[in-house]
Design a protein around this ligand. Sequence first.
Ligand code: NAD
Length: 506
Amino acid sequence: MTATNSVAGFTGTGTVFNPATGEIAGEVQWTDPSDVEKIAAGLRTAQREWEQRGAKGRAKALARFAVWLGDNRDEIEKLLIAETGKSSTDAAQEVPLLIMILSYVIKVMEKAVAPEVRPAPSAVLSIKKIAIHFRPRPVVGVIAPWNYPVANALMDAIGALAAGSAVLLKPSEQTPLTAELLRQGWLASGAPDVFAVVQGAREVAEAVIDNSDYVQFTGSTATGRKVAERAASRLVPYSLELGGKDPMIVCEDADIDMAAHAAVWGAMFNAGQTCVSVERVYVLESVYDKFVAAVVRDVEALQMGAGEGKHFGALISEQQLAVTERHVKEALAAGARALTGGERASGPGSFYQPTVLVDVDHSMACMTEETFGPTLPIMKVASVDEAIRFANDSAYGLSASVFSRDVARAKDIALQLDCGAVNVNDVISNLMCTTAPMGGWKTSGIGARFGGVDGIRKFCRQETVVAPRTNLGAGGNFYHNSLKTLARSNQVLTKLALARPRRIAK
Ligand code: NAD
């Protein structure tokens, strides 16, 4: 049996195959796109009670779901491995991340959506009490990719649910199974029916956009553009978490072993199918040979294969493998050398050998396009300035990493990189920092995902309520007042407002 997750047609039921073994992972019931409207309407009704429950009540439901995730981790990871061909090491990363996000969200959600009192802008307006209320967007559509079927399905949905929204999730058509299990878990943990899953490809995703009040999209840049256009035509806000080509810079004063360990893990983790994987490395020439030798040593020790006892598993599909193959082949034809790997693995399943490429440059796709495979192209540079120039020479701007024993210097380099996050002497670790947002610059995205109270508030509309502090009078500029009084009050307000500009302009 061919190992593939692409399922012909999206009507009735479909079979999902394990890309590592070709075995059947499970069956999925595809959603008719015309049913999405009805499903969204059901969520809209259920959402009212969810919002009225208040942040404290919702926190309890989210806490129970976190406990369910912890209790059912083995079952979730087993299914995850079956539908993605991941190693168990890689599969084991997703549920803990969600529990960390849930734990943080439960702690801050009440404060995040509590009304905020704002000061009066001038003495005249101090008779007013100004409050900003955070009201949830009723239905948040979440469209997810296949690379982290558990984490990408829920890492933002948690913030939406905390805000008081209902969530309409469409997982990738290549990995539909774990999402169903997560919904079952949500209901089994006692939570109300405010989290629905619809299954399918483009047509169902479009129906999700057409029936949501906010679109949370994770996927490729090309699809992200289409999502933005469709959401914009309805004037519905969106957040796009898109592709990346993350650079790593290794300075001459770096701990070379540490940098090599990080580069190999960052590039090969999940078979390179991570938006924030290390996709290219720039190394100062004085430490280049030492770094390359350490990387090759680490890569040669890797065990590839799905399930237990392996470092990383299969690529999701033959199409994904073909992209990796093309990038490596083109680079080799243009003068690059593969120090390890360089071709697909023999035997069944969509596996590609972990590959270290040297003598690469920016004329090659492996240095400019997102590969999303287990490859590590390394380029020698003459100076840190040159490394920064190359790192920024990209249409993408998701994240980056800098290695130097001088942390202050590394931070200074970080602030010269055009991207949403930089890890110093580490890779990918910003994802664990659930207090901080994660967002891409340039074609890597718009907005930011989870992290901090922003990851909850982004799903809310702000409603300003201005009320009198006492019942003595509204204090308004009504026609009922004489025209003279109106003119005088206008004069006073303008004079007061001009006081600061006059002082500062001096
Ligand atoms: P993809 O764009 O092919 O698909 C993503 C989702 O969009 C799927 O659910 C798909 O069914 C749906 N879709 C397809 N056509 C659509 C349309 N016209 N309108 C709306 N939705 C549509 O991406 P993929 O191959 O599943 O995922 C890999 C990509 O995701 C990579 O580029 C990776 O970098 C990116 N990614 C980014 C982040 C991040 O945080 N920035 C995280 C994970 C993955």
